[in-house]
Design a binder for this molecule. Structure first.
Ligand code: 2AM
Ligand code: CA
Ligand code: CA
Ligand code: CA
Length: 268
């Protein structure tokens, strides 16, 4: 995609995201169907599904050669990232959406031949849009965000972390995670991976550590974080694969290596 195409797609995506957000806000106070997926705590609502359908329909009508990767199954089955792929999470933080009616986001990452070109994270209730194009910086609404500070040390950092990973679990040694929790200034858990990414992007958290996310949880966040000099890898330091689930360390570069080397002990 050339710069002119990128700009048009960016403006179109932004318009659809704001419209989808408005529809969610309009419908969320009426009764809606809530179902469970893989486990009793894994929720999906008809509003998640309708919102993904809204994006899939708009994208297919407007860009028939683009493909869609979405959480709720209205996109395409992808075996590769060739061409232009919209990676969409219609509601990231569905549990927050159902229980708290806040702290959820629409996440849209647009990739061209596997390279993240455009990233949007929309905090629907806060009406805050994090937006970025590769090479052009990251913005919170219309405010350009600064590069991440280089004088962050782990002892004075705030790290996004779900307490679950500090309990006995199949993926990571809980003792290393507990040491990390003791070392840092504080931990936070917001329940929306996209928003946790956005908070690292704007520098109000210094890292986000989690052991299992899907491509639509991270696609936009990675594009945004790159633009302020942040790093995203798997928890062993290797590259994220946008076609599979991944463990994730999204971080200020000053503490990224230390978290991986000193505090993450992955189980086989
Ligand atoms: P969701 O609300 O779109 O499902 C909650 O800590 C975060 O993890 C949310 O971003 C949530 O996205 C995501 N999440 C929930 N269940 C998940 C799963 N089984 N695999 C990957 N990510 C999940
Ligand atoms: Ca979900
Ligand atoms: Ca999600
Ligand atoms: Ca979702």
């Amino acid at each position: 995609m050339n710069d002119q195409q990128k700009q048009l797609i960016f403006e179109q995506a932004k318009q659809w995201i704001l419209e989808a957000g408005e529809r969610i806000r309009a419908k969320m106070h009426e009764p809606f169907v809530i179902e469970t997926k893989s486990t009793p705590d894994d929720l999906v609502t008809e509003i998640d599904q309708n919102t993904e359908q809204f994006f899939a329909k708009k994208i297919r009508e407007t860009y028939p050669d683009h493909r869609v990767l979405g959480e709720e199954g209205f996109g395409d089955e992808l075996a590769d990232l060739n061409g232009t792929v919209w990676i969409v999470d219609p509601i990231d933080g569905t549990m927050n959406f159902v229980h708290q009616k806040q702290n959820f986001a629409i996440s849209v990452g647009i990739y061209s031949d596997g390279i993240g070109e455009i990233g949007f994270i929309y905090d629907v209730m806060g009406d805050v849009l994090y937006q970025s194009k590769r090479g052009e910086g990251a913005y919170k609404n219309d405010q350009k965000l600064s590069p991440l500070s280089s004088d962050v040390v782990l002892e004075r950092s705030i790290v996004g972390l779900n307490a679950f990973w500090a309990t006995e679990n199949p993926r990571v040694d809980k003792n290393g995670m507990q040491e990390l929790i003791r070392k840092v200034r504080g931990t936070r858990s917001y329940g929306s991976a996209a928003l946790e990414f956005a908070y690292v992007v704007e520098g109000n958290m210094d890292a986000y550590v989690t052991m299992r996310l899907a491509p639509w949880d991270v696609a936009a966040g990675i594009v945004l974080l790159n633009e302020v000099g942040g790093i995203t890898t798997k928890a062993d330091g290797t590259e994220v694969n946008m076609l599979t689930t991944n463990s994730i360390i999204a971080s200020n570069p000053a503490i990224h290596r230390e978290i991986i080397d000193k505090h993450i002990e992955l189980k086989k």
